[in-house]
Design a protein around this ligand. Structure first.
Ligand code: 15L
Length: 272
């Protein structure tokens, strides 16, 4: 990885699964890691710097971004939910992070977008990062909003922004769909580091996916910036297919990249 000029990096959503992985993988990479979440992580080490913040509260967000060079914005609601929950955490919360980051002079933001921003593309179609968003849920809409907000702050205010359309982070792919979208913690960490450190980043979208033979996505944009994923979902094919056997068929979800997020609340009479 190239030289970087980041002293303090803030991770929002530090108590979540990806946050926990990055906290470990980034130890010793940046001089200071500031962690934030609405609640203190249960496994916080004595040497970790944690500040609680509700992202809906602009004044609280202002405090956590002060003195920070780069932000990894993982905070928010991470699945489908009622509109008021999504609105509070992922729309207002995301706005507060970008606005406060810009006003505080933060240089870089890596935003955790999601495959659910493009979940209604059919599995049979391989897409790049240049497609129109096709969200599969209110959650997916909030991720598309975050990507748009990132573009605004990059183009208008010079923030360097990377959006990661994350598939599914885990130790192994959990089913057939995850054979296509799985990403290891180490590969997500590699993508985040590119977003924080690569000198040529202005505004980029990468897929957060490992080197999966069945990937739905063309991730050549990430490769252009040096991404070399090490994880391969195919190494876990047998166990993923065995797990899939135990799942009920899902006529809509099995057709689309977003899976169950597509079939949830699906209005078959009107949509077909
Ligand atoms: C996501 O965006 C969620 O945060 C995660 O919990 C999984 O549901 C993942 O997508 C997925 O699509 O498997």
């Amino acid at each position: 990885m190239q030289q970087h000029d980041l002293n303090t990096v803030l991770i929002t959503g530090a108590a979540g699964d990806i946050g926990r992985r990055l906290r470990k993988l980034f130890k010793g990479v940046y001089s200071r890691l500031r962690l934030s979440d609405i609640k203190k992580p249960a496994d916080l080490d004595a040497d970790e710097d944690f500040v609680a913040a509700d992202l809906y509260d602009y004044a609280a967000v202002e405090k956590i971004v002060t003195g920070v060079d780069g932000i990894v914005h993982l905070g928010g609601f991470s699945v489908e939910g009622p509109w008021d929950v999504i609105h509070r955490a992922n729309i207002v919360g995301c706005y507060n992070v970008f606005e406060a980051a810009y006003r505080a002079g933060v240089k870089r933001v890596v935003f955790a977008s999601s495959n659910h921003a493009i979940g209604f593309y059919p599995r049979a179609r391989r897409i790049g990062t240049d497609v129109t968003v096709r969200p599969d849920s209110r959650y997916g809409v909030s991720k598309a909003f975050g990507e748009a907000l990132g573009a605004l702050y990059a183009d208008k205010h010079g923030l360097r922004v990377t959006c990661l359309r994350i598939g599914n982070v885990g130790d192994a792919p959990a089913d057939l769909r995850r054979l296509s979208i799985w990403v290891s913690g180490e590969d997500i960490a590699q993508l985040v580091r590119i977003g924080l450190e690569h000198p040529d980043i202005r505004y980029e979208i990468f897929y957060g996916v490992s080197d999966n033979a069945a990937s739905f996505w063309d991730n050549s944009n990430a490769r252009r910036f040096g991404y070399r994923p090490q994880g391969r979902a195919e190494d876990f094919r047998a166990q993923a297919l065995a797990a899939q056997e135990k799942r009920a068929p899902d006529a809509v979800g099995d057709r689309y990249q977003g899976g169950p997020f597509c079939s949830d609340e699906y209005d078959a009479d009107r949509a077909e």
